[in-house]
Design a protein around this ligand. Structure first.
Ligand code: FE2
Length: 288
C-alpha cells in the first residue's frame, strides 16, 4: 500500500511508550495488564488491555469463573489455545486460535471464560471498549467470529494484516455496528518489511508489539518498540511501522474517544457513582 499516492500524509508518531504490569485476575490467571493499571488507566475509549500468555497450566487453568459486566464491551482475541465461554442467558461458544469475540455487555450479563485445555500455550488479548452513555444499558450482543471469517490481506513487502475491525486496502473486517468505530488490526511484518496504513485522524490509537521489534512512526521521528511495549500514537492520518532484522507482530487498535465521565468499579463501568450503585444493587438482586 502506497500511502503517499494520494498526496501528503501526516504520520502518527509514538507519543509515549509503556510496558504492562504483571497482574492476576479471575481465579488466579496470570496476565500482563497493559491498559487499565495505574501506569496507563485508560486510552479513551479503551478501558483495559490484558495479554495472557503462558504454557504453564497453573498460570491459566483457574480461568475466569462466573462474573458480571455492565456498561462496556469485552473483546477477546485468541492467538493460541482455546477458551470456552458461557453466560447466564444461554449463550455459549468456543474461542479457537485466531478467533475474536466482541461482546457488548450493555445492561449486563454474568459469564465465565474458561480455558478448554489442560496444557499447552494459551495466548491472547482481552480489550475493554467503553460504551457511550446512551448505549450503556443496551441489550447484550455477541459477535463471535471464527478464524476463517477474519480477512487476511497481503500488502506491499509481504506484510499480512488480519482485519478484525476497520478496513485495510478495501477489505473490511467482520466486527460491525460498534459506536466507537473501532479499528483492530493484527499486523505481521516480515524481517526488514515496512508498511504505511491509512488510519482515520479522529480516532485515538495505540499499537502493541507482541513479537519481535519494530520502528513505529516517520523515519526521523520513529521509535523502536520491543515485544511487550505499547506505543500511544499521536495525531495523524497514517500509521507507519517497519520491522527490524526479525519478523515483528503487533496489534494496532483505534477508536473514537467518548470524552464522557467514567465511574468504574471492577466489572462495572458507568458514567456516575449512582449508576455504579444501581449496577451493584441489580447484580446482588439477581437482575442481570
Ligand atoms: Fe468477562
Amino acid at each position: 500500500m502506497n500511502a503517499t499516492a494520494s498526496g501528503p500524509v501526516n504520520v502518527r508518531t509514538v507519543t509515549r511508550v509503556t510496558r504492562g504490569q504483571a497482574a492476576s485476575d479471575g481465579a488466579g490467571v496470570r496476565l500482563t495488564r497493559i491498559i487499565g493499571g495505574p501506569g496507563l488507566p485508560q486510552v479513551d475509549p479503551f478501558l483495559l488491555l490484558d495479554e495472557f500468555r503462558s504454557d504453564t497450566p497453573g498460570d491459566y487453568i483457574g480461568g475466569f469463573p462466573d462474573h458480571p459486566h455492565r456498561g462496556f464491551e469485552t473483546v477477546t482475541y485468541m492467538l493460541a489455545g482455546r477458551m470456552r465461554h458461557a453466560d447466564n442467558q444461554g449463550n455459549a461458544g468456543l474461542l479457537t486460535p485466531g478467533s475474536v469475540q466482541w461482546m457488548t455487555a450493555g445492561r449486563g450479563l454474568i459469564h465465565s471464560e474458561m480455558p478448554e485445555q489442560e496444557d499447552g500455550l494459551l495466548w491472547g488479548f482481552q480489550l475493554w471498549v467503553n460504551l457511550p452513555a446512551a448505549d450503556k444499558m443496551t441489550a447484550p450482543r455477541y459477535q463471535d467470529i471464527a478464524p476463517d471469517a477474519i480477512p487476511e490481506v497481503t500488502i506491499a513487502d509481504d506484510v499480512v494484516v488480519r482485519v478484525l475491525a476497520g478496513s485495510v486496502a478495501g477489505v473490511t473486517g467482520p466486527v460491525s455496528g460498534i459506536a466507537t468505530r473501532p479499528v483492530y488490526l493484527d499486523i505481521h511484518l516480515p524481517a526488514g518489511a515496512s508498511t504505511a496504513l491509512p488510519l482515520a485522524g479522529d480516532l485515538s490509537a495505540f499499537c502493541y508489539l507482541y513479537a519481535g521489534s519494530a520502528s513505529v512512526g516517520q523515519a526521523a521521528a520513529s521509535r523502536v518498540l520491543d515485544r511487550g511495549e505499547l506505543g500511544l500514537l499521536g495525531p495523524g492520518d497514517t500509521f507507519c511501522a517497519a520491522a527490524l532484522n526479525q519478523p515483528a507482530r503487533l496489534i494496532l487498535v483505534a477508536g473514537l474517544a467518548l470524552h464522557e465521565p467514567i465511574a468504574r468499579y471492577g466489572p462495572f463501568v458507568m458514567n456516575t457513582r449512582e449508576e455504579i450503585i444501581a449496577a451493584v444493587e441489580d447484580f446482588n438482586a439477581g437482575r442481570f
